[in-house]
Ligand binder design. Structure first.
Ligand SMILES: *Cc1c(COP(=O)(O)O)cnc(C)c1O
Length: 393
């Protein structure tokens, strides 16, 4: 009984700090208009930036993939779970991002979380390697760095000068700089051109987690590397596929030797059952849409919605850090006030999540608005009006 009581004390402590999280049950597909816990809501919280999670072609490809390959893969990739669908997707996505890499090859993994563990443990497998990790990196990169045998140095957010000093001072055998491209709670971009220049100068790898950029940034949706027109054999690129691609999983694209090392050594790739092949089959359709004319039109539409929100919001007390991406945070400060704001929006049928520590720094609790090409201009106008009014009450 004492064991249970000690857990309950921890839970009570979270509750007393307004840090208890609860899950809402979505009863309909991922789309702006959903039924959640029995109630219709207009949602501004998914990372389905292009609306592909409910796209008829992607859904049909998922169905066709299940017919072709069955429901599950049955084993890990190195045993017998590697299907033609996985292989095709890897080839196609490697080609898609190849303008930005040298001798590009790609590897499909079950989740972005696992892809980040896989990359950092494979590249940082030696104790005398060093990982230079951006302060606002996603939890999965932090966990990957913890799991790697390499040492870890954190550099301040966006601070190229401090990183340059740290690289100069380091005598590590292998140096790995790792960063989110689009910061998931702020929506700002990492200074990737400066980071790549530093990495080239110091003979370091640059690992870029483009979870929120792939499909969204760049004229063809190739992501942050296309946005900044970067190319290098020392880039290791991670694109996640549950966000703009609308399905699930992730890929790592890099020089063929990096990918071969991961197949041989990366435990989060090797020791897990391969994702259902139907997902990879559905992703072939997503990739087609992202890279084609439809994808370009969806990105134009998304940009117009972001500009509209920016234009219509009139906030005085709450802070809005500059963000050109569909991630539009509204920083409120206290956990309580952020929760009250989210609850008040919910009363009006709007679903905007309140994000609290430890996901963000203490004192920066916020509403995290995300926009999707599936939203309408009326949806955005409704949200802006509700936020403007709420801030004044
Ligand atoms: C969502 C996210 C991940 C994890 O990807 P999943 O496929 O959801 O596991 C990794 N990095 C960043 C920056 C993310 O936002």
């Amino acid at each position: 009984m004492d064991l249970i009581a000690s857990i309950d004390r921890k839970l009570d402590q979270l509750a007393s700090q307004s840090l208890t999280r609860r899950r809402r049950v979505a009863e309909t597909r991922c789309a702006p208009r959903q039924v959640v816990d029995g109630r219709p809501l207009l949602a501004f919280c998914s990372n389905d930036y292009l609306g592909l999670a409910a796209h008829p072609r992607v859904i049909e490809a998922l169905r066709a993939g299940a017919e072709l390959y069955g429901a599950g893969s049955g084993a890990s990739h190195l045993v017998s779970g590697h299907s033609a669908a996985h292989a095709q997707f890897e080839e196609r996505v490697a080609q898609f991002v190849s303008p930005h890499l040298v001798e590009a090859r790609a590897l499909y993994l079950c989740t972005g979380y696992m892809a980040n563990l896989a990359v950092l443990t494979a590249l940082g497998s030696e104790p005398d390697a060093m990982i230079f990790s951006e302060a606002l990196n996603h939890a999965s990169l932090i966990d990957g760095a913890r799991l790697a045998k390499a040492g870890v140095t954190v550099y301040p957010h966006g601070d190229l000068d401090t990183l340059a000093c740290q690289l100069t001072a380091s005598s590590a055998s292998t140096r790995i700089v790792v960063t989110d491209s689009v910061f998931s709670m702020d929506g700002d971009l990492a200074p990737l051109p400066g980071l790549l220049e530093l990495c080239e100068r110091h003979g370091a790898w640059l690992v870029v987690d483009d979870a929120h950029g792939f499909g969204v940034l760049g004229a063809h949706g190739r992501g942050a590397l296309e946005h900044f027109a970067l190319r290098s054999p020392h880039l290791v690129y991670i694109g996640t596929l549950g966000k703009a691609a609308g399905v699930g999983g992730a890929f790592v694209a890099a020089h063929a030797s990096v990918i071969e090392l991961m197949i041989q050594r990366a435990r989060p790739y090797i020791y897990t059952t391969a994702a259902p092949p139907a997902l990879a089959h559905a992703l072939l359709a997503s990739l087609d849409i992202i890279g084609g004319e439809e994808g370009a039109a969806l990105r134009d539409r998304l940009s117009a919605l972001v500009a509209q929100l920016d234009h219509e919001l009139r906030l005085e007390r709450w802070q809005r850090p500059a963000s050109q991406t569909p991630i539009q945070p509204i920083i409120i400060g206290s956990n309580d006030e952020a929760l009250r704001a989210a609850a008040a929006l919910h009363e009006q049928g709007l679903w905007v999540p309140a994000i609290r520590p430890p996901t963000v720094a203490p004192g920066t609790a916020r509403l995290r608005v995300t926009l999707s090409a599936a939203h309408t201009h009326e949806d955005v106008a409704q949200l802006a009006a509700a936020l403007n009014k709420l801030e004044r009450t």
